[in-house]
Design a protein around this ligand. Sequence first.
Ligand code: BEZ
Length: 264
Amino acid sequence: MSALHVKVQANMTNQWDAVQYDAKHAFVYEKAKGLVELLAPKPGERILDLGCGTGALTAEIAEGGAQILGVDQSEEMISQARKKFPALKFEVSDARELRFTAEFDAVFSNAVLHWIPEAEQVVSGVARALKPGGRFVAEFGGKGNIQRLVEGFHRAFSALRMEEPDGVSPWFYPSIAEYAELLERHGLELREASLFERPTVLEEGERGLENWIRQFRQTFIEKMGNENAQPWIQEVERQCRSDLFRDGSWELDYRRLRIAAWKG
Ligand code: BEZ
């Protein structure tokens, strides 16, 4: 699989800023085309798009005639989605607290579930939301995602003799086996799963990694304070350079877990 290019912008005040998301993160949904094909939405089906962001994939799924509801925890994202796609239904909803019972033929989710460590609550809500025979199609970071980067985070703390704060790697990156077991506990049978590399080239050359860290680890960086964060980021760059910097750009070791599971 060829490398994916990502542009991130430093010093964003809101990681989930909806306009920035559309401007800088179109790759998140552009790379998910194959996932919509795996979902194979049919006209008239009721589908839930879990973590719909600003609605690009929700709209693509709706084009085939499915009745889709997009939900996202972020009010900004939902407000932007409503503006962009006024004919579609969107609501603010927390993936850990889904309130639906046997309403959907399918639940779809792209690039969201790795942000939610409470995976048991999510899968339980998804299973409840599906009609019998319904399907859950999702893609997110899988086991080993950004592992070399996270190892670089740890080595940088140790090289600087800094005490490592909690929450260095707060994400949920399960293996196929772990996720299969979780799904089965909630009555969902895993029928398709793949864990694959998606090397991701960061834009802006040398600045790419610092931009990424400041954007996606924003709260963590704020907790450290800028006087500690700056030398730590420089040390992360030093520690990761031989693994993750090539031909003038940083290339992160993203890995994706793609699944399709059915409710009995
Ligand atoms: C990911 O898409 O795998 C990801 C994005 C931001 C932070 C961590 C992981």
